[in-house]
Design a binder for this molecule. Sequence first.
Ligand code: PMV
Length: 347
Amino acid sequence: ATIESGNFEWSAPSNIALVKYWGKKDNQIPANPSVSFTLNNCKTITKLGFEKKPNQDNFSFDLLFEGKPKEDFKPKIQKFLERVEVYLPFLKEYHFTIDTQNTFPHSSGIASSASGMAALAMNFMSLEKALNPEMSDDYFFQKASFLARLGSGSACRSVKGNVVVWGNQTNIKGSTDLYGVEFPYTIHDNFKNFQDTILLVDKGEKQVSSTVGHDLMHNHPYAERRFAQAHENLDQLITIFENGNLDEFIKVVESEALTLHAMMMTSMPYFILMKPNTLQIINAIWKFRNETQIPVCFTLDAGANVHVLYPENVKEKVLQFIQSELVVFCQNGQYICDEIGNGVIAI
Ligand code: PMV
């Protein structure tokens, strides 16, 4: 088929890793497998306009962020197009208008690269499917996740829900380094509508980009042991997802978060992304959990913000705790209520 012009629009959610991806090989191949909850409310919505252009000399695109021209993301998109061109050979035939908005506050310290790259990848895949209509749905979503991975590794876990594995793990059927797959086994009802309240501790620009962070795992003194540990923790989660054991879940998830930050603290150069309030929150969660036996825990990304994870049946009590004891540690008292979700949506 040939197509002159048109547009597509997709929303893609953010995701929160339980077993963390930190360290990669060439071509965005992860050094270890990871698993995440897809989120529901923190999303990027991207509209892709396209129009045939007379020459095929270069990539041509305009970027809009929340309706206004946005120049500073251009190099990132340019790099993405260069990386995926071999998989989407039509890219130089069109001029694109990429119009993006996020449902969460910009510069909140919530990474928008996962949701942003997933939304962009879906749109380009829609064009690819329009040009090659015979492709299967499975192939469509796999290739979309594959492309998202080339934009930002963790973005490949944002295509599907609710629990997504990325990276080869021999005892997880279908798992691959190339794209994210839905967790293929039973998930206990304890994880149904699992909650993630994101406490915005620090909205500042990241001191260390994830690209630099991943690179520091080369020649890292503990890298090999860490990568092996990720496999072990993922293995444990297979059992935990099946039996719903929240005590065991908490141990794995909190240990993964602290290990991620331990890797940063023990790299060369070393750095600390947690803030004093991050530790205040962690200690308050531990105290609350000890006193109430409510199964609430934390995880962290490569930043100071804290994701508070808990089952739906304790939502009211945990929100009350967050409002009375944790909001004081948030920048401008800000937090975002999210929960496990289903992945991308065509609009
Ligand atoms: O997708 P990247 O390259 O920005 O890496 C993100 C890595 C972490 O968010 C820290 C962990 C993860 O698995 O999402």
